[in-house]
Design a protein around this ligand. Structure first.
Ligand SMILES: [Zn+2]
Length: 245
């Protein structure tokens, strides 16, 4: 029980850092250097303003210096991150695997939110993902040849499609599919891509029919890829066996 409390606290600290990445990366502000500051009044924040969840409660959801409201997203996300890490440690018997999966999911969340808001996927997120994937590979027994085919089986054709129909997919989406193809192998990256197209296509149809959005308007695809990749990572084999593959 005591162990889970520590993992919850660790999860909230990582969640707090993820919020900082979401705020800073698209603006080109360093995530490693410089003190945290209020995004309204730019006043540097003290350590006591930065304790996950606790600071928000003590400050009653307002900045200590300018009294502007702090988004409720921050404490909620920190609670979610803490719970997610506890769940993964409970669900996965190997603690190292649980920690790596947690960091991978956090990276997917940063990618999804930044792509949704700014239509970009920062390279630093993809580099971080490569590191996580290399560490995670030993936990998933997939032949090297399947991984190597996975690198290009989806990203290759999409890259070619982009040459003929520019901007049909973002460059970040192609890189995401390429590196995750190595993690999943070619069978499961195909599952991930089909799921992403189904989810993304479903949502795009909803927007066109319900909200009258123009079909030429661009839609961020990163979030659907991340969801598809995660489903394929956890349940890919079960989905494939459903179809006798
Ligand atoms: Zn402020």
């Amino acid at each position: 029980m005591f162990l889970y409390v520590w993992f919850f606290i660790l999860g909230t600290i990582v969640g707090s850092f993820v919020c900082l990445c979401i705020d800073r990366l698209p603006l080109g502000i360093s995530i490693a250097k410089g003190r945290s500051f209020c995004f309204e009044c730019f006043h540097p924040l003290d350590w006591k303003d930065l304790i996950p969840i606790v600071s928000f409660v003590l400050l009653k959801g307002r900045c200590r210096y300018c009294q502007k409201r702090i988004s409720i997203f921050y404490p909620f996300f920190e609670i979610f991150s803490g719970c997610l890490l506890v769940f993964l440690v409970y669900y996965e018997t190997q603690i190292l695997k649980a920690l790596l999966l947690f960091l991978l999911i956090m990276d997917f969340i940063v990618i999804s939110i930044i792509d949704h808001k700014w239509m970009i996927i920062p390279d630093i997120c993809l580099i971080w993902e490569i590191v996580m994937i290399i560490c995670l590979c030993s936990f998933y027994q997939i032949p090297l040849i399947e991984r190597l085919i996975g690198l290009f089986i989806i990203s290759g054709p999409i890259f070619l499609l982009n040459c003929f129909l520019p901007d049909s997919f973002g460059g970040g989406d192609i890189k995401l599919l390429c590196i995750n193809g190595f993690l999943l192998g070619y069978r499961k990256i195909v599952v991930a891509f089909i799921l992403a197209v189904l989810f993304g296509g479903g949502y795009a149809s909803y927007l066109m029919v319900q909200k009258g959005v123009n079909r030429k308007e661009h839609m961020a695809f990163g979030i659907y890829l991340c969801i598809g990749i995660l489903i394929a990572l956890f349940w890919g084999e079960q989905i494939l066996s459903l179809y006798g593959l």
